[in-house]
Write a protein that binds this ligand. Structure first.
Ligand code: AMP
Length: 280
C-alpha cells in the first residue's frame, strides 16, 4: 500500500492508473478505523480496480465545544488494517496541506435544515468543503459513504449532482457491534456501563420500527420511542425524528421507506443512529 501525504503526488499516480483504464474507488475517513469503515473499503475493492482511503480529521466539521482536540488518533493500527484489507493507496494529509489546497467553500444543501444540520451548525458546510477537495485530489469514479451518517450521505449525493461531478456515490449499510450499538470512533469514549446503556438505542429503535411496520400509529410510536430513550440512565436526547428517507421531510403522502433518526448524548458522548422503516 502506498502512503502519500501530498496532493500533487496522488494526482500523478491516479492519472497513470486511469490511463490504464482502471476504475478508482475512494473512501474518506477520519481514521480510528473499525469494521464499519472496513466494510466500505471491502465494497470498493470488490467493485473498483484501485482503492484509495483518506485519513484526515477535518477541523472544519467540528465546532468549538466539540471533540476535535481529543478525537482518537490510531494511525499505526489504521495503516495495518488498510494494508491487510488490500487498499492500494492511503492519502494521509496534514491540516496545513489541506488548508493550503486551493478550493472554494462549498455550500451544503437544503438537506442541512434538519437533524444534525440544526444541532451542529456549520458541520455539513465543513464536510462538503473538505469532501469536495478530497474528490478533486483523488478524482474517483466511485466514492463510498456509510448509512450510519445518513444525512451526510444524502448531502454528498446532492453536492456531487450540483457540482456536476462524474462520481458515483455508493452507500454501505450500518455495521453494528454485537450488542447492537452502531460502530463509531466515538464509542471508545464510553465506559462499560455507558456502552450497555447505549445499546438500548438500537433495541428501542427496532421496537418502534416493528410497531410502525405492523400498522401502529407513527406519531405515537415515535413519541413512545423518545420517552424510552429519555429514561436511559445518563441519556440526553438531542432529537428523534421520522422522515421520508429520500428527502428528510415529514411524511405527508404515501412513500415506500421512512427512516427513524436519533441523536442521543450518553454522558458527554454524542451518538447518532438510524433505521429504515418499510411503509408499503
Ligand atoms: P468517519 O471516519 O466517522 O468520518 O467515517 C467515515 C465513513 O465511514 C463515513 O462514510 C461513515 O458513514 C462510515 N461509517 C462510520 N461508521 C460506520 C458504521 N458503523 N457502519 C457503516 N459505515 C460507517
Amino acid at each position: 500500500m502506498k502512503i502519500i501525504k501530498k496532493p500533487s503526488n496522488i494526482k500523478k499516480i491516479i492519472d497513470n492508473e486511469k490511463a490504464e483504464g482502471k476504475t478508482i474507488g475512494f473512501i474518506p475517513t477520519m481514521g480510528n478505523l473499525h469494521r464499519g469503515h472496513i466494510s466500505l473499503v471491502e465494497k470498493s475493492i470488490r467493485e473498483c480496480d484501485y482503492t484509495i482511503v483518506s485519513i484526515f480529521i477535518n477541523p472544519l466539521q467540528f465546532s468549538e465545544n466539540e471533540d476535535f482536540a481529543n478525537y482518537p488518533v490510531t494511525t499505526k493500527e489504521d495503516i495495518e488494517k488498510l494494508s491487510d484489507a488490500g487498499v492500494d493507496l492511503l492519502f494521509l494529509p496534514n491540516t496545513n496541506t489541506m488548508s493550503k489546497y486551493p478550493f472554494k467553500e462549498v455550500k451544503a444543501s437544503s438537506l442541512t435544515n434538519a437533524l444534525c444540520g440544526v444541532s451542529r451548525p456549520g458541520h455539513f458546510k465543513g464536510v462538503t468543503t473538505i469532501v469536495s477537495k478530497l474528490f478533486d485530489i483523488t478524482n474517483p469514479d466511485y466514492a463510498f459513504f456509510g448509512e450510519k451518517d445518513y444525512q451526510q450521505l444524502l448531502i454528498i449525493r446532492e453536492m456531487t449532482k450540483d457540482l456536476n461531478l462524474p462520481i458515483k456515490i455508493i452507500s454501505g449499510e450500518i455495521i453494528r457491534e454485537e450488542i447492537g450499538l452502531a460502530m463509531s470512533s466515538r464509542n471508545s469514549y464510553l465506559s462499560y456501563k455507558q456502552r450497555i446503556n447505549a445499546s438500548l438505542i438500537f433495541k428501542y429503535m427496532k421496537q418502534a420500527k416493528s410497531r410502525i411496520e405492523e400498522g401502529g400509529e407513527k406519531i405515537d410510536s415515535i413519541y413512545q420511542l423518545k420517552k424510552k430513550l429519555m429514561f436511559i440512565p445518563n441519556a440526553d436526547v438531542d432529537y428523534v425524528q421520522f422522515f421520508d428517507e429520500k428527502n428528510l421531510k415529514k411524511i405527508t403522502k404515501a412513500t415506500e421507506y421512512g427512516r427513524i433518526f436519533i441523536a442521543v448524548y450518553i454522558g458527554k458522548t454524542r451518538l447518532i443512529d438510524n433505521i429504515r422503516v418499510r411503509l408499503k
